[in-house]
Every structure is written in structure tokens, then in C-alpha cells.
Ligand binder design. Structure first.
Ligand code: GDP
Ligand code: IMO
Ligand code: MG
Length: 423
């Protein structure tokens, strides 16, 4: 671990000395296992900050058999020493956030005194969720299918933000009634959705009480920490192929999910980033609609889904499953500037006889494949690279060679300790 931490770097920017800043970013269509690696590294960082998205994310951590799923809180929150930051780039459904805080407290972890929420983050109201449903229905009628959103109001909340009609966390410190009354008129006119202002207001009361003192200017907070030489771990949400600009548009989410988006979402300049870990499954999954060139249907797809437990941690939907795509990994590595890979869920491939990998796309648009030999033995819980079967080592080396990015962390099970840490 110490060698890996050293390779995640420390930086000098101009004449300022600053602490290392490492981002963790999904390289595929989400659910790669970002939560697990954030939790693992979180032990060694002072501050963990979520940068973008909302409760469409579901980040799972398994500690001694107990499962924690985070939708809004950073996954480093389980470590009692961490400062936990929710950045400007997020859209926050407050009842969901309060429920997460409550569940953690029930598990003996009091996150509130060390939680800081950006006053610039936007609020997701109940009416945003209602609009999400209405827009999906319209798409289904118009085009035969929707985007397959999580229904968490993410698109409508970011739409309000971009049209300058959104409500920021700062407003929670004042009277929310006139704000909701204005939303009610606007939302009825634009979407034909009725806003129950009283219900919305009532849902905000506990958040106003509990979070008022936790809403701050997180830009000053984070920069202050860096000036003090503190270490910062940035938690990306969603993933590169779901990015609003660079993903498989329109089947994407409504935020910038890349390392650049994460820095923007926290108010940090590009030069502070000392490392960027790309997280990718040893195969690939996707929830919702949209292109998935390496998808496998039928028995093989079902086998991957079953072995990988591929059901969404936010919506419970079965995830579509398929093989690894090297062109997608390369593109994600370019966009994000990955310095390290965390290849997760290697153990899910343990029973495969051979493993197809997409290595390129031919001029006719069809996938080009290479078949790598499987290992047909259990890798569950292995923590040393040298103890992996030869074929598994070769599989990982193939990814390194093709993408030019070292595979530094390898997941061999859902548990916190089921990880190979290399360098
Ligand atoms: P995230 O959104 O990227 O944080 O990922 P999710 O938590 O949505 O989905 C990843 C799922 O895979 C969770 O159920 C994890 O517990 C599980 N997981 C993570 N790493 C591994 C691994 O190396 N092996 C196996 N078998 N499961 C893993
Ligand atoms: P984490 O952080 C997987 C997908 C949805 C849908 C599309 C748009 O857990 O990896 P949205 O509700 O954002 O408008 O839905 O994006 N999606 C995710 N898929 N993991 C996620 O987050 C996702 N967040 C959004 O399934 O296809
Ligand atoms: Mg997830």
C-alpha cells in the first residue's frame, strides 16, 4: 500500500506546496466498484470529496460482511478521521442525504460534525423526480424507448441549474416558501406537473435543522486544506461513458463525470491533480438504454449477471452484461488522464473457459475480438499478484499493454480486504 500511495503523488504548484490530490473515476457505464476503492484508500487520506451527480449513484462498500450503500455521501465517510465534503457539482435530494446520515449513525458512525456541504450545490425537489418520470414517458411515446434514467430527478435538476432557475443549498438557510411558490408556477406551466409546495416544505424542515451549519463555501475549505498539505481523495460518480459531453449521448447522465468534471465540481484547478485512478470491471455492464457494443445476451450474459450480482444498487434493475472493450478503456484513459487502473471483479470471470475482449472497431463498425484463455480456478480473496493464476496475470497484463496504463489495484471480491494492491 505504501508504494501505491507514494505513486499517487505529491505536487508542487508554482511556489505553493500542496498535498496530493487523487481522483477516482469510472471508466465504463458506472457501477465499476468506485465505492470500494474510495473506502480502501480513504483510510490514508485526510479529506474525501464527492464531486458530481446525485442520488442516481449507488456506491457499495462491504466491511466484514456488512453492506453500506452510499448515494450522496462520499464513500470515505466510514473512516472516522476523514473530513467529508459534498461539492458544488452535486444535485442533492435532502431526504436521501438525511437517511444516509441516519443509517451511518445507526452503524455507530457520526458523520455530521465532519461533513461540509457546498452552498453552491443544487437541491433536487420531489417535483424534479415527477418531471423525470413525465419526460421518460414522453420519450417512450415519441421514440419507443426512454433513456432508462434512475428516476431520481437528476436531469430536471441539472436542467434547472443550467437555465438559472435552480435552487442552491445556500437558500436552505432562509425562507424556502417563496422559492417553492415560484417553482410551482414555472413547473406547472413548463411540464404540466403540479407541485405540492406544502409537502416539499415539510420535507425540507429536518434538513434545514440538521444541515444549516454544515453548508459552507467548500472552495475555500478545500483550498485551505491543500495549502496545509492535507491529502485529498476525489470521488467521481457515474462514469466516463455516461458523461454528458463524451459519453454515448443521449443515453448519458446530465453531469460531467470525468476528472475534469470532478475538478470543476469541486472548484479545483487542473494542475492540483497528482493521480487519477480509472476504475473498470474485468468485463462490462450497463443499466438503462443505449449502445453497448460488447453486450452478451442469453446464457453467457445471465452467467455474468449472476456471478457478478449485477443488479443496480440504486434501482435494483438487472444490469446488462458484456465483455471488456479496449477502445472504450483507451478513450476513457485519454479523456481522464488515468495514471493507474483499478480492475475490479476479476473473480467474476473465474469460471470462463475463454474470455473475448473487443480490441478494435473495424471500418464497417463491427467489433474486432481477441479471445484470451480463462483460468478456471478461484481468484476470490487473493491479495498478491504473484498468487493469481498465470492466465489471470496475462489478462491484466494485456489490459496494461493495450491501454498503456498500469493495473495497480485488482478487485477479487466485494470485501474491503479483497484487493490486490501493486504499486
Ligand atoms: P460503484 O457505483 O462504482 O461504486 O459500484 P457499485 O457499488 O454500484 O457496484 C459494484 C458492485 O460490485 C457492488 O455490489 C460491490 O460490492 C461489488 N464489487 C466491487 N468490487 C468487487 C470485486 O472485486 N469482486 C466482486 N465479486 N464484487 C465486487
Ligand atoms: P454510479 O456512481 C450506473 C445511468 C442510468 C441511465 C442514465 C441516466 O453508481 O456508478 P440519470 O438518472 O442519471 O438521469 O440516468 O445513467 N446511471 C448510472 N448507471 N451507475 C450509476 O452511478 C449511474 N448513474 C446514472 O441508469 O442509464
Ligand atoms: Mg453504483
Amino acid at each position: 500500500m505504501q508504494k501505491l500511495l507514494a505513486s499517487l503523488g505529491s505536487a508542487t504548484v508554482g511556489h505553493d506546496r500542496r498535498g496530493p490530490v487523487c481522483a477516482v473515476i469510472g471508466a465504463q457505464w458506472g457501477d465499476e466498484g468506485k465505492g470500494k476503492v474510495i473506502d480502501l484508500l480513504g483510510e490514508h487520506y485526510d479529506t474525501v470529496a464527492r464531486a458530481c451527480g446525485g442520488a442516481n449513484a449507488g456506491h457499495t462498500i462491504v466491511v466484514k460482511g456488512t453492506k453500506h450503500i452510499f448515494h450522496l455521501l462520499p464513500s470515505g465517510a466510514l473512516h472516522p478521521h476523514t473530513t467529508v465534503v459534498i461539492g458544488s457539482g452535486l444535485v442533492l435530494h435532502l431526504p436521501t442525504l438525511l437517511e444516509e446520515i441516519r443509517l451511518l449513525k445507526e452503524a455507530g458512525i457520526d458523520v455530521l460534525p465532519r461533513l461540509f456541504i457546498s452552498e453552491e450545490a443544487h437541491i433536487v425537489f420531489e417535483f424534479h423526480k415527477a418531471i423525470d418520470v413525465v419526460l421518460e414517458e414522453e420519450r417512450r411515446k415519441r421514440e419507443g424507448k426512454g433513456i432508462g434514467t434512475t428516476g431520481r430527478g437528476i436531469g430536471p435538476a441539472y436542467t434547472d441549474k443550467a437555465s438559472r432557475d435552480g435552487t442552491r443549498m445556500q437558500s436552505l438557510k432562509g425562507d424556502m416558501r417563496p422559492i417553492l411558490e415560484r417553482h410551482a408556477v414555472r413547473v406547472q406551466r413548463l411540464y404540466g406537473v403540479a407541485v405540492d409546495s406544502e409537502k416539499e416544505l415539510a420535507a425540507l424542515v429536518p434538513a434545514q435543522k440538521l444541515l444549516k451549519d454544515r453548508i459552507v463555501d467548500t472552495v475555500w475549505l478545500l483550498h485551505g486544506k491543500l495549502q496545509q498539505g492535507k491529502t485529498l481523495l476525489i470521488e467521481g460518480a457515474q462514469a466516463s461513458l455516461l458523461d454528458l459531453d463524451h459519453g454515448t449521448y443521449p443515453y448519458v447522465t446530465s453531469s460531467q463525470t470525468t476528472s475534469a468534471g470532478a475538478l470543476q465540481g469541486l472548484g479545483l484547478p487542473p494542475r492540483v491533480l497528482t493521480a487519477c485512478i480509472g476504475v473498470a470491471k474485468a468485463y462490462c455492464t450497463r443499466v438503462g438504454e443505449g449502445d453497448f457494443m460488447t453486450e452478451v445476451l442469453g446464457e453467457t450474459g445471465d452467467r455474468l449477471r449472476k456471478r457478478g450480482g449485477e443488479y443496480g444498487s440504486t434501482t435494483g434493475r438487472p444490469r446488462r452484461c458484456g465483455w471488456l472493450s479496449i477502445p472504450d478503456l483507451k478513450r476513457s484513459a485519454m479523456i481522464n488522464g488515468f495514471t493507474h487502473w483499478n480492475i475490479t471483479k476479476l473473480d467474476v470471470l473465474d469460471e470462463e473457459v475463454e474470455i473475448p475482449v473487443c480490441t478494435g472497431i473495424a471500418s464497417d463498425g463491427k467489433a474486432e475480438w481477441k479471445k484470451l484463455p480463462g483460468w478456471k480456478t478461484s481468484t476470490v480473496g487473493i491479495t498478491e499478484f504473484a498468487k493469481l493464476p498465470k492466465e489471470a496475470q496475462q489478462y491484466l497484463q494485456f489490459i496494461e499493454k493495450e491501454t498503456g496504463v498500469p493495473v495497480s489495484l485488482i478487485g477479487t471480491g466485494p470485501g474491503r480486504e479483497q484487493m490486490i494492491v501493486r504499486r
